[in-house]
Design a protein around this ligand. Sequence first.
Ligand SMILES: Cc1cc2nc3c(=O)[nH]c(=O)nc-3n(C[C@H](O)[C@H](O)[C@H](O)COP(=O)(O)O)c2cc1C
Length: 343
Amino acid sequence: MKAPLSSLNLTCPVLAAPMAGGPTTPALVAAAARAGSLGFLAGGYKTPATLEQQIVAVRAQTGTFGVNLFVPNPVPVDPAEFRRYAAAVQDEAGQYGLRLDEADPVEDDDAWPEKVDLLLRDPVPAVSFTFGVPDRSVIAALKRAGTLILQTVTSLDEARLAAEAGADVLAVQALGAGGHSGTLTPQRAPADVPLPVLAAAVQDGTGLPVVAAGGLSTPAEVAAVLHGAAEAVMVGTALLRSDESGASAVHQAAVADPGRGPTVLTRAFTGRPARALPNAFTRKYGEMAPLGYPAIHHLTSGLRRASAAAGNPELVNLWAGTGYRNAGTGPAGTILAQLASAV
Ligand SMILES: Cc1cc2nc3c(=O)[nH]c(=O)nc-3n(C[C@H](O)[C@H](O)[C@H](O)COP(=O)(O)O)c2cc1C
């Protein structure tokens, strides 16, 4: 691997993507490091205190890891649209004793300043950002602290912005990726460009090293991207059923369910486009959901939690990339090594 990724002394070019909402655990990040790879703790949605505890837990096992943060890039919800959607979603909420139709929109910043402070006070080897590009002063301060900066981008235009802001490495995410799209403009559907083509365009256009992600699920797919423009790849969905995954039981079972159809891009759960397995919620609310992040995320989060706890996958955000059918079980380190085996 060429500089700057080489500074981490990785031997496995298949990295473990951050997965907020439970799937990424300190054990998963440590397992990636033991396999010579790099994993990222998912800082999104967590309190700064919980993130700090997870950093301590990983550090007890390895010094090689990253932290991922959601950068505030709010898409304020239209209040009337919010009320209409909250009233519609109440159809599902009653069975769990929830009143969503009375909810007010919550527009927060996911404790962004506090999380940045934490990473400046107690620097970690790598930090990756998604949803927005931080102010260049934040990136510069983290770099001065010795941290490698990765920025998720979904197009060449976004890659240029990230390069101007000072990112060291671009995490190029294709549309097949599981979970939220990192797009800077969730108002527009991201273009569907094949990952090797997008990675090459970003590398050519910026000269920065590229870590490519989105829909990768076989050794051959990984090798094809690594033989092109990418220094490394990153997988999320491929690790959802791993031994160290913290994905809920309903999520893991749905990923293994041969009866699920192709993944869908939906804003039904969070008001921001994300790729998920189809279920009753995406079918009923996919067309109706307004744009609005994080307000729609906060509106539905209690319902999703209640549904998962009750063992019902139909109201849960079953994030998954297009290659989910190949996601197997076993130690995460073995899965990463296997995906790298054709390189
Ligand atoms: C369950 C799940 C949660 C995710 N959470 C995050 C996150 O917190 N931050 C982030 O930058 N990307 C997140 N992603 C996207 C990944 O970083 C990565 O782009 C994606 O997993 C790659 O595509 P794949 O899932 O097809 O391998 C998530 C993906 C999944 C499947």
